[in-house]
Design a protein around this ligand. Structure first.
Ligand code: SAH
Ligand code: TRP
Length: 352
């Protein structure tokens, strides 16, 4: 501050300086950002429950939300850049083509995004809403704390006047913590994440989503489409092995959070398209017979040689299936948008 000489320090700058001393971000006025966290301890319990439940079954299974610790989130970002992983590029292409229209037809003043991650593609939508002059607030909602905080900081700096109300939580448990609407809004659920729910919970989740929508609100959802299994399997088993690394990362999460003693090198990454269910399954296959101790749970887990642990499904959709799922949840499709190669779909829906 010595360089400011005799000039009076403006109040905002003084506040910013005080904020720096407290370790708070200074790139934006403090009131532009609010972040609520609902995870305190609860997520560890949820992980413990899921592990107890999933690793003691005849067919071992873990839900995919535990992939995304800070390392998992970084690996996922690399997946999105891989030549084999087309969904991110396809969804971005659709957004780039349609964002203007979406802004105009919805008149949205806010964007709520579930599973927002790094919010990379979100900027396309924010740009369009900003250009339309309606944009007031962005609500990123993610289970990964660093993602929510970083995007709040970046986006308030990039979009002057934008309010960011971040929610750190589990969208399967904390959807009711989404703040009340400040006007017509778009609830975005991108990246095909809806496909990661098993069919029963998918419809239950869609019903909860429908309850978030008022009369003027829209759900904007990204879904991957059924296609050649070779294309699908390559997207989940890339040549560089990033997806394999991502898949094994969940074992490191269990080691750290629950004192387990998994050696990721004991497991092979498996990705295959189940034609009957039309979903990709990711699994971890034990290379030899194993005994794994999960210390915090007093749980000893046995794996036969070749036994598989299912870590994720990623459902692929047809327009019919999606229409059916939406209808079952009390929603109606207002627009179906695809990329030129029809690899991926973005749909806009309203409560019916
Ligand atoms: N929307 C981004 C990221 C998709 S990856 C994109 O399209 O590229 C899925 C994201 O959802 C991750 O950021 C992950 O942390 C988040 N996520 C997964 N399960 C979640 C849950 N149960 N609650 C909240 N966020 C979740
Ligand atoms: N929602 C993404 C999808 O199903 C998540 C994802 C992409 C993913 N690639 C992955 C999850 C690889 C685990 C491993 O496409």
């Amino acid at each position: 501050m010595a360089f400011t000489g005799t000039r009076a320090v403006p109040a905002a700058a003084a506040a910013a300086a005080a904020a720096t001393l407290r370790g708070a971000p200074v790139a934006e006025p403090r009131e532009a950002i609010r972040v609520d966290s609902h995870l305190d301890g609860g997520q560890e319990r949820a992980l413990a429950d899921d592990v107890l439940d999933g690793l003691t079954r005849p067919f071992k299974e873990l839900p995919p939300k535990h992939f995304y610790d800070a390392r998992g989130a970084r690996l996922f970002d690399r997946i999105c850049e891989l030549p084999e992983y087309y969904p991110t590029r396809a969804e971005r292409a659709i957004l780039e083509q349609r964002a203007g229209e979406l802004a105009a037809s919805t008149g949205a003043v806010e964007l709520v995004e579930l599973g927002s991650g790094t919010a990379a593609k979100t900027r396309v939508l924010l740009d369009a809403l900003h250009a339309a002059g309606t944009l007031r607030r962005y609500v990123p909602f993610d289970v990964t704390e660093s993602m929510v905080r970083d995007s709040a900081r970046r986006l308030t700096a990039e979009y002057p006047g934008l309010q960011v109300h971040g929610v750190i939580g589990d969208f399967e448990r904390h959807l009711d913590r989404v703040p009340r609407a400040v006007g017509p809004r778009i609830v975005a659920f991108l990246g095909g994440t809806i496909g990661n729910f098993p069919p029963g919970s998918r419809r239950r989740f869609l019903r909860q989503l429908a309850r978030l929508l008022g009369d003027e609100d829209f759900l904007l959802m990204g879904t991957d489409l059924v296609k050649d299994p070779r294309v699908l399997e390559a997207a989940y088993d890339d040549a560089e092995g990033v997806t394999a690394e991502f898949n094994r990362n969940v074992l490191l999460v269990l080691n750290r959070e629950l004192g387990a003693d998994f050696d990721p090198a004991d497991f092979d990454h498996v990705a295959l398209f189940d034609r009957e269910h039309e979903w990709i399954e990711m699994r971890l296959r034990a290379r030899r017979e194993l005994r794994v101790n999960v210390a915090d749970l007093d749980l000893l887990v046995h794996f036969d040689a070749g036994e598989e642990l299912r870590t994720e499904i990623s459902a692929k959709f047809t327009p019919e299936r999606l229409t059916g799922d939406l209808a079952a949840a009390g929603m109606q499709m207002a627009a179906w948008m695809t990329d030129p190669e029809a690899l991926f779909a973005l749909t806009l829906s309203q409560r019916s």
